[in-house]
Design a protein around this ligand. Structure first.
Ligand SMILES: Cc1ncc(COP(=O)(O)O)c(C=O)c1O
Length: 253
């Protein structure tokens, strides 16, 4: 059963049978919106359920004093998942899981075989991941965190959220409809109906100043602007907004 409305959660938990995992999300892929994890944790507490937080990109808001309130309550979860290849900008497949009960993680992931001795005094990394073989992704994550430091990650997250709001301001001032409340780094903009919006997005992609993809959110076709690259400057945002507006006006003329 999927429950999207957290008011339904206590009833759903009471009705559930067997082991239950409740998954809250920090950073909706379309809108950037975040579940109220404190409210979800209150509902889950005492119900014997496992609270997981999907913070693929939204968990990084914790690095920014300005946006940290969006992730409040995450510290009460049993586990988090986040992607260092999203907001930290390291190469793909640097997914990270944080699990409060390390033994539960080991019990779920460890694979034993005669050729894989397990009686080491050292921590055996493959006991904690789905793979036996993998490259040293942690090196890149460590290097990025070391180079940026707490302040560098904060600067990047805070800048991208400000830049997302700037995109929304520019596009809205030009007469285009912003569909979401811009809480993080995601902006959804419609250029009219589904066909008009799809045509404008294709033309923006072809023009090449910047790239943003198409999505459908709450039955509306929209362009999804996701500001997440470390290299994006305020000037890039202005140039990109200029190009979007210019192209949209010419397509819709
Ligand atoms: C909120 C959220 N959860 C999960 C995922 C999936 O992440 P991955 O592709 O690393 O499995 C994404 C990817 O966009 C996401 O934004």
């Amino acid at each position: 059963m999927m429950f999207s409305d957290r008011d339904l959660l206590p009833a759903a938990l009471a009705a559930g049978e067997g082991p239950t995992i409740v998954c809250a999300q920090l950073g909706n892929v379309n809108t950037g919106s975040c579940d109220d994890v404190t409210a979800v944790a209150d509902a889950v507490e005492g119900a014997g359920a496992w609270l997981h937080v999907d913070g693929a990109f939204g968990l990084w808001a914790a690095a920014s004093p300005r946006f940290r309130h969006l992730v409040a309550g995450a510290e009460r979860a049993d586990s988090w998942a986040t992607d260092a290849h999203k907001w930290l900008n390291v190469p793909y497949d640097s997914g990270v899981a944080f699990v409060r009960d390390g033994e539960a993680l080991r019990a779920a992931m460890a694979v034993t075989a005669e050729y894989l001795p397990t009686d080491s005094t050292h921590r055996n990394p493959s006991d904690y991941t789905p793979e036996l073989s993998r490259r040293a992704r942690g090196v890149e994550v460590w290097a990025a965190l070391h180079a940026l430091g707490r302040e560098g990650v904060d600067e990047m997250v805070t800048r991208h959220c400000r830049q997302a709001r700037r995109f929304a301001e520019r596009l809205s001032a030009a007469g285009f409809e912003i569909l979401n409340e811009v809480v993080l780094n995601q902006v959804l903009v419609a250029f009219g109906d589904a066909e008009q919006t799809a045509n404008v997005i294709a033309a923006i992609q072809a023009e090449g100043t910047c790239w943003a993809g198409i999505t459908v959110w709450q039955k509306r076709t929209a362009m999804r602007i996701s500001v997440i690259t470390w290299a994006t400057t305020d000037e890039d945002v202005e140039r990109s907004a200029d190009a979007m507006i210019r192209v949209a006006r010419s397509v819709l003329r």
